[in-house]
Design a protein around this ligand. Structure first.
Ligand SMILES: [Zn+2]
Ligand SMILES: [Zn+2]
Length: 426
């Protein structure tokens, strides 16, 4: 049976049943390189489709990937993630002073068991997440590497936006403690709740009650490779990072024999070298080198050198980390990629590292299985409709709807009468 027939059968089966495991003939082949800055990779095999039962937008029928033949672009909601496969999407790879094409840091990880996890949600990342039109009922976990705005700035945007778009259970924020309580994640989330009290109150009652809740899980930033989260075969661990002040960390995610490491922001450190060992995909910041940083911000070289080589990791340092670590794929991020910046980064990294490499940019997609690593760019629309919500979201309890006081309502202009209210559910 040829692959086209398989695809057709897969698509029909998925549409009928929703969740299936396909038996697919595995053929070895070469991975294609779809983006010029990526030097890749080894051999490919077919990903077995799991059909992880996401609520798909209407008009989209996802198909399993057969024989490792991924389309050149990733079109969201058109592929069934394999049961043994991990899909990592770089939502944001830029700087705090973000651009349209390089928003602040965030990685979205989807697993073949249906789980979805966010590592950081920097300012601007929500737009790129939304452009994927994911099933927001499944996105309820954010792991924050540290509390810089370019790593957590869109958390409240995610909280409210996903509550509006299908999430009817609490959102969970996993973040580090700080050197003092006021510098830790508990205080950050308490402050967010307080700052957005009016926003949350306006939506309470109109949206599912439980979806408005934020649960914070603060852990010790000094813990070394200790478990932060463990459920459904997924384990996330943290260890300290060296960045600005105490209270920055890196994470590893292990599932199904695959390991993804998210470095956050850090100076090269011994914990990363120890605990990122064996990573299939190791991401680590790869900041602009001093000269390029000085030109980018208009700083003098001393300040740029301090930031690039003392607070962050410049490209040669990133290359040294990866040449020792030897992951299946090294992923660098945290820059704005002009042609000049890109050349400066690649020159630095390639001076010391010649292994598999992707310098991530926004909406780069990495499919990972035991045999295959495929790197592509997602193709998304500039304008997307909200994703469809599930019946469970529609039915979830909503209580205590609020409205303005009589003092305000009595100011309604009598020159306009709204149409009669239809019955609920019409
Ligand atoms: Zn930072
Ligand atoms: Zn940062």
């Amino acid at each position: 049976m040829n692959s086209r027939s398989w695809r057709k059968i897969s698509a029909i089966s998925a549409a009928l049943i929703g969740a299936l495991v396909f038996g697919i003939h595995v053929v070895e082949g070469r991975v294609q390189v779809d983006w010029p800055s990526i030097a890749l990779l080894e051999t490919a095999s077919a990903a077995e489709g799991s059909g992880a039962a996401d609520a798909m937008p209407r008009g989209r029928t996802p198909a399993a990937i057969v024989n490792g033949e991924y389309p050149a672009s990733y079109f969201p909601n058109t592929e069934i993630l394999g049961a043994d496969e991990m899909r990592i999407t770089a939502l944001g790879t830029g700087m705090p002073n973000q651009t349209k094409k390089a928003v602040s840091i965030s990685y979205f990880v989807e697993l073949g068991n249906g789980d979805k996890l966010l590592f950081d949600i920097g300012s601007g990342a929500m737009g790129n997440l939304f452009s994927l039109r994911p099933d927001f009922s499944k996105i309820d976990k954010v792991f924050a590497s540290h509390l810089h705005v370019d790593h957590v700035g869109d958390f409240m945007g995610l909280h409210i936006g996903s509550w509006l778009s299908g999430r009817y259970t609490p959102i969970h924020f996993y973040g580090p403690s700080g050197a003092t309580p006021e510098l830790g994640s508990k205080t950050f989330i308490a402050g967010m709740k307080q700052a957005y009290a009016w926003d949350i109150a306006t939506r309470s009652g109109a949206l599912p009650d439980a979806g408005g809740q934020i649960e914070v899980h603060e852990f010790n930033y000094l813990q070394e490779d200790e478990i932060v989260y463990q459920e459904n075969g997924v384990t996330v661990r943290s260890w300290p990072a060296i960045h600005s002040l105490d209270g920055a960390v890196s994470f590893s995610l292990e599932w199904n024999g695959l390991k993804y490491v998210f470095g956050g922001d850090t100076f090269p450190n011994k914990w990363y070298m120890k605990f990122a060992a064996g990573a299939d995909v190791a991401s680590h910041e790869c900041f602009l080198p001093p000269k390029a940083l000085a030109a980018y911000f208009g700083w003098d070289l001393a300040q740029a050198t301090y930031v690039s080589t003392r607070i962050h990791t410049e490209p040669q340092a990133f290359g040294k980390v990866m040449s020792t670590l030897k992951p299946r794929l090294a992923v660098g991020y945290h820059s704005v990629q002009s042609p000049e910046n890109n050349a400066a980064i690649m020159d630095g990294v390639r001076a010391v590292y010649d292994g598999p490499l992707a310098i991530a940019r926004d909406l780069m997609v990495i499919n990972v299985s035991k045999k295959t690593i495929k790197v592509r760019m997602a193709t998304v629309d500039e304008y997307v409709l909200p994703p469809d919500v599930t019946p469970a979201y529609v039915k979830a309890p909503r209580t205590d709807q609020k409205s303005p006081s009589e003092a305000v309502l009595k100011g309604k202009w009598d020159g306009y009468t709204p149409p009669p209210m239809p019955k609920r559910g019409q």
